[in-house]
Design a protein around this ligand. Structure first.
Ligand SMILES: *[C@@H]1O[C@H](CO)[C@@H](O)[C@H](O)[C@H]1NC(C)=O
Ligand SMILES: *[C@@H]1O[C@H](CO)[C@@H](O)[C@H](O)[C@H]1NC(C)=O
Ligand SMILES: *[C@@H]1O[C@H](CO)[C@@H](O)[C@H](O)[C@H]1NC(C)=O
Ligand SMILES: *[C@@H]1O[C@H](CO)[C@@H](O)[C@H](O)[C@H]1NC(C)=O
Ligand SMILES: *[C@@H]1O[C@H](CO)[C@@H](O)[C@H](O)[C@H]1NC(C)=O
Ligand SMILES: *[C@@H]1O[C@H](CO)[C@@H](O)[C@H](O)[C@H]1NC(C)=O
Ligand SMILES: *[C@@H]1O[C@H](CO)[C@@H](O)[C@H](O)[C@H]1NC(C)=O
Ligand SMILES: *[C@@H]1O[C@H](CO)[C@@H](O)[C@H](O)[C@H]1NC(C)=O
Length: 552
């Protein structure tokens, strides 16, 4: 095994120790904001959505409403989550701290008592005079948000959860035998399911109800809407399947487990195996494969779920427009992490690959990323994904710089004109309000929008960090989601514009200490020659070229 070169070792060590010193600071908080002209915030968080969207260049997926949002937004083409699993990612970006600071790598602790009493994005807006509201899955439910979505700290009143959430994992999928099953693939007739509706439809309706109330509110609002789809099971209105005839669905371009993949990097996607339709396939653990017909069906259902989600976003934004709130509401759209659709033979999140860490991220800022809508003019008319004549959307402005989801806190504060919380000291466990991410507003001001509306930016030297824990060197039953006490190895991963570099090192979960002298495996993939990350050149590489790119 190659020794870790000194330069990289120092930098990787820097990951846990010196993060604060990495990135240059450029705040442009417009102070002196006041309640009468404060901008509202609508934060849309999607569950397990990789950037399989028209606005990210996907040619197959129909997402006209999200594409329309992108056409009026600044879109980050290279945004990455800090850990590819729900609770750790959400706690990380909602507190603006990395998993090594929240110390949440699993689902089993509440940061306020486990690591530090860290402020959250909604809490900060609440303390600054905003009415803060949560609809659907914003915080991960359970102990990781104290069974209350971090209420009362983060929200002005109790969060809303759709009543039909409880059916997601129950037997509501009609099988070929005519009976109901708890399947992975679950296209439904909405009239036929319990309560005659689905969680994301209910969330959209509740969010619109809240927007209507807010129209006459004296204080600005911060509304977070967390959509459930395309998270498994793929339970969606069955008509969306028609958008994706099976014969048009391709397999992942790299459906094999790569030869040079260290076993510790592989995750055995145990959760889909628990679904009745997958169980029936008797797929070998841990590597599979899944029969190709079924691979196509999974991809079909994921894409159909994305189009269904897109219609919910469409209804929500169209209502925002109808309520004349599109001219004073910032919209941020993102996802907690991606999902592998057969790439590297994997069908889940739970890894450090781009397919699971790469997320959509875009910001609409009224009058800044798009002209203010005129009287009677709509920026977000509902787009029907079934309408084949629907126009291709203007792509909007794309930024290729690498950015991190942990920067959401500083960016939203900055965009709203609030004081951007100070950069965290090291360590910062005792500091309630600070942030480890950057204010991404500096990317907004790169170029004059009027001069060149489609300017693609210059890739700057920037780095996105992700990490993933493992209980063992080889895939086993709990490799996807090890509990804290079972973590023995941590995969620390760096993505630059040129490469992804990951080292899997010994980790002591009692002390939260990574041992960078104890390297279990390494991965190195170059973006230009190996964009899908199938050819691990860690062993071959002298790592000589890396040190330059790793400089901040
Ligand atoms: C708040 O904004 C309004 C409208 O722009 C302005 O008239 C008022 O003077 C501002 N108040 C403060 C305290 O800045
Ligand atoms: C944690 O922060 C909340 C919100 O600011 C505050 O109400 C609470 O008292 C703090 N708890 C502790 C133990 O400091
Ligand atoms: C978590 O919730 C419990 C039960 O509601 C409450 O007693 C406790 O104070 C909460 N923890 C914190 C840190 O607020
Ligand atoms: C499926 O593929 C065919 C051939 O490329 C194409 O003509 C058709 O429009 C596609 N159907 C859909 C729904 O995308
Ligand atoms: C890299 O080297 C290690 C240790 O010799 C070996 O176990 C592993 O299979 C090698 N990986 C590749 C991709 O050659
Ligand atoms: C499942 O697969 C295993 C080995 O791959 C085989 O031994 C077993 O008979 C299969 N079971 C069924 C029900 O097909
Ligand atoms: C937004 O539009 C509404 C309706 O056209 C108008 O009353 C309001 O003043 C506008 N607000 C801003 C900030 O432009
Ligand atoms: C770190 O790992 C090295 C190599 O395995 C080992 O010699 C050393 O004792 C470890 N350090 C700690 C603090 O565990």
């Amino acid at each position: 095994m190659s020794p870790l070169p000194a330069q990289c070792g120092w930098r990787l060590l820097g990951f846990s120790l010196f993060l604060g010193s990495f990135c240059f600071v450029l705040e442009s908080a417009e102070l002196g904001n006041n309640a009468t002209d404060a901008l509202n915030i609508l934060l849309i968080i999607v569950d397990d959505l990789r950037p399989s969207l028209g606005c990210y260049g996907d040619k197959l997926v129909r997402s006209p409403n999200i594409d329309q949002l992108a056409s009026h937004s600044i879109l980050f083409q290279n945004a990455f989550a800090q850990q590819a699993v729900c609770a750790p990612s959400r706690v990380s970006f909602l507190t603006g701290r990395r998993p090594d600071t929240t110390r949440l790598y699993d689902f089993n602790s509440y940061w306020r008592v486990h690591s530090g009493n860290f402020s959250t994005i909604p809490q900060y807006f609440k303390e600054n005079g905003y009415m803060t509201m949560s609809v659907g899955k914003v915080f991960h439910p359970g102990i990781s948000s104290n069974h209350s979505d971090d209420s009362p700290y983060s929200w002005s009143f109790p969060p809303y959860h759709p009543s039909t959430e409880k059916y997601e994992n129950t037997k509501t999928c009609r099988g070929q035998d005519g009976k109901l099953h708890a399947n992975l693939l679950c296209p439904v007739d909405v009239a036929d399911v319990p309560e005659g509706t689905l969680p994301d439809k209910q969330s959209t309706e509740e969010a619109i109800r809240l927007l209507e109330k807010m129209k006459t509110s004296a204080s600005p609002f911060f509304l977070a809407v967390g959509y459930h789809k395309p998270h498994i099971p793929f339970r969606y209105p069955k008509e969306f399947q028609k958008l994706y005839p099976l014969e048009n669905i391709t397999l992942a371009p790299d459906p094999q487990v790569p030869d040079g993949l260290p076993p510790v990097a592989y995750n055995p996607w145990m959760d889909i195996r628990e679904r009745e339709d997958v169980q029936a396939l008797n797929i070998s653990v841990p590597y599979g494969p899944i029969p190709v017909d079924f691979q196509r069906k999974i991809r079909q259902s994921y894409f159909a779920s994305v189009s269904y989600l897109d219609t919910q976003v469409g209804h929500l934004l169209s209502a925002l427009d109808d309520l004349h709130l599109a001219n004073n509401t910032i919209i941020a759209f993102t996802s907690d992490h991606g999902w592998a659709l057969g790439e590297h033979g994997e069908w889940a999140k739970y890894s450090n690959f781009d397919v699971t860490t790469h997320v959509p991220l875009m910001f609409y800022v009224p009058g800044k990323t798009a002209p203010l809508p005129g009287v009677g003019e709509k920026l977000f008319p509902y787009q029907d994904p079934f309408d084949p004549t629907s126009e291709l959307m203007d792509p909007g402005r794309h930024i290729v710089d690498l950015v991190e989801l942990v920067s959401l806190f500083a960016t939203l504060a900055g965009l709203a004109g609030l004081q951007v919380p100070p950069r965290c000291p090291i360590p910062s466990f005792h500091v309630e309000l600070c942030r480890e991410g950057q204010n991404l507003q500096k990317h907004f001001q790169l170029h004059d929008l009027e001069e060149d509306p489609h300017f693609l930016g210059n890739p700057r030297e920037s780095i996105a960090y992700s990490q993933y824990p493992r209980p063992s060197d080889s895939p086993q039953w709990n490799s996807d989601k090890p509990s804290l006490k079972d973590i023995k190895i941590m995969g620390y991963s760096i993505r630059t514009i040129d490469y992804r570099y990951t080292v899997w090192v010994g980790f002591n979960p009692a002390e939260f200490l990574a041992n960078f002298s104890d390297i279990h495996a390494g991965e190195l993939y170059f973006v230009d020659s190996d964009p899908l990350q199938d050819h691990n050149v860690y062993n071959d590489s002298q790592h000589g070229g890396l040190s330059h790119s790793l400089k901040p």
